[in-house]
Design a protein around this ligand. Structure first.
Ligand code: SME
Length: 161
């Protein structure tokens, strides 16, 4: 497989996801190392969309622990139900935050983050084992298109750590 990513800039967000998904599938196929795959997924999303921060938090006992990411340094541990990530974990759903300042309990790892989407990764027993967190430095950056395609990204990653 090729290690370069081709994503055009002059196309819609949806078209970009459609370009990215098969390349991501090819990039991850045949590699079962979780750190490698999560790291390349974070890099591919950052490269394709220029998001401010893209990364994973892994469920370890009763906390989310920072995993592979692209962006500025981030908080390493998040408790169940805390912040946007902990809320997505507790409520077992995708959370889209248009303005992080309006989200009670938002954890500000970086003051430049303005909006956020968190997509849980579910295993075969429908339990969350990790979450994908993406931050933007623009307000209202994320919508149902992101939710739809990022869910497909999490499915490419498989169903366990
Ligand atoms: N803002 C997140 C914390 C993680 S950082 O954004 C990387 C939250 O409120 O859960």
């Amino acid at each position: 497989m090729s290690e370069s990513l081709i994503v055009n800039n002059d196309i819609s967000k949806e078209e970009k996801y459609k370009q990215l998904l098969p390349q991501l599938r090819a990039l991850l196929e045949g590699e079962n190392d979780v750190v490698a795959n999560y790291a390349n997924t974070a890099a591919a999303l950052k490269q394709a969309f220029g998001f401010f921060w893209v990364g994973f938090y892994i469920v370890k006992q009763d906390q989310l622990v920072l995993g592979p990411f692209q962006g500025t340094i981030a908080c390493t541990r998040i408790n169940h139900g805390k912040g946007v990530c902990g809320t997505a974990w507790k409520e077992q759903r995708i959370v889209i935050v248009e303005d992080v300042e309006q989200f009670p309990g938002h954890i500000a790892c970086d003051a430049n983050s303005r909006s956020e989407i968190v997509v849980p990764l579910f295993d075969d027993r429908k339990e969350i084992f990790a979450i994908l967190d993406i931050d933007s430095d623009q307000l209202s950056h994320f919508d149902q298109t992101d939710a739809f395609y990022l869910q497909q990204v999490t499915q490419i990653l498989g169903n366990k750590i």
